[in-house]
Design a protein around this ligand. Structure first.
Ligand SMILES: Nc1ncnc2c1ncn2[C@@H]1O[C@H](COP(=O)(O)OP(=O)(O)O)[C@@H](O)[C@H]1O
Ligand SMILES: [Mg+2]
Length: 287
């Protein structure tokens, strides 16, 4: 298979160009759904005059409603920087990031806090549950912070937890749960308040392979049954194969993009592996 070696926008991939700055069309035509996320020519430079790192050189892409997008790339390619910029944990040097049509790159701190709380859900490598709260309370907190009426909290939390297969651990504390259960409670917490976009940073990185499989099924369920739009950073080709589209990042730009389409996950995995091999072996990312 040679198509996976094509650069973004080539005829071989059948996908629109996303790396070139001049190729963008506004996606606001009538009948076209608005992207949940639009990353527009972002650049991120760290350092000062003595030492400068271009963590992101020029990245542009859209994520449409209901997509499950994976971000892959070698260590140091800019994945975490990209995720942190979208999460508004970090700021871009230039360019724009729009979430549901709203530019979040210029938000001030109060608006930023509200944006993160209302529009984003997070799943980290470590579940980051609060140890002194039960599973139920950890998930419920995401709702109460958002101001959800107390009468609706119990039903919402129980429904989501049941859907994600962790209804039975709601009364347990994190230390009483397995690693996989904690990650699924974290997934429930990320989605319970109905965010526009779920950001996952190596969500299976700390799990054994069996639990990782269950967690990836959980993310798939969030995407397919609960209609979550997900952007997941991973170094793991198996994890990436659960996504519907993968963007490969290299040297701070989008190097390639592949879509799963109607192919099986096993086939998609093989295509991912080909790109990973072509990218030069080390996509393993320690950080
Ligand atoms: N806070 C920072 N200060 C300076 N350089 C940084 C900082 N964060 C990341 N970098 C650099 O930016 C580049 C991209 O890093 P990162 O986004 O963490 O890559 P990845 O997650 O793909 O491994 C690397 O060269 C890294 O050393
Ligand atoms: Mg990283």
């Amino acid at each position: 298979m040679t198509e996976v070696y094509a650069t973004p926008g080539s005829a071989a991939t059948g996908t629109p160009a996303h790396a070139g700055a001049s190729t963008f069309q506004p996606a606001a035509c009538a009948g076209t759904p608005r992207p949940v996320l639009s990353v527009r020519q972002i650049e991120k430079v760290y350092g000062n005059r003595d030492s400068v790192t271009h963590a992101i050189n020029d990245i542009s892409f859209d994520v449409m409603p209901g997509e499950f997008v994976g971000i892959m790339g070698p260590s140091g390619s800019g994945k975490t920087t990209l995720l942190n910029c979208v999460a508004t944990i970090d700021t871009v040097t230039s360019g724009h990031i729009l979430v549901d049509g709203r530019d979040v790159t210029g938000l001030r701190s109060r608006a930023l806090a509200k944006f993160r709380r209302d529009d984003l859900g997070f799943v980290f490598q470590d579940s980051n549950l609060l140890d002194t709260l039960t599973g139920f309370e950890n998930v419920a907190l995401a709702l109460t912070i958002k101001g959800e009426h107390v009468s609706k909290v119990r039903t919402k939390v129980e429904d989501i937890a049941r859907t994600l297969g962790v209804g039975e651990v709601l009364n347990k504390y994190p230390y009483q749960m397995s690693g996989g259960q904690k990650q699924r409670i974290a997934a429930a917490r990320a989605i319970v308040a109905d965010p526009k976009l779920v950001l996952a940073d190596e969500p299976t990185g700390a799990l054994d392979s069996r639990s990782a499989g269950v967690m990836l099924d959980t993310l798939t369920m969030m995407n397919e049954k609960l209609h979550a739009t997900i952007m997941m950073v991973t170094h793991d080709s198996f994890a990436a194969s659960f996504a519907s589209r993968i963007l490969f990042i290299k040297d701070g730009t989008v190097f390639n993009e592949i879509r799963r389409g109607d192919t099986s996950r096993a086939d998609f995995f093989n295509r991912i592996m080909e790109v990973v091999t072509f990218l030069g072996g080390d996509v393993r990312d320690a950080g």
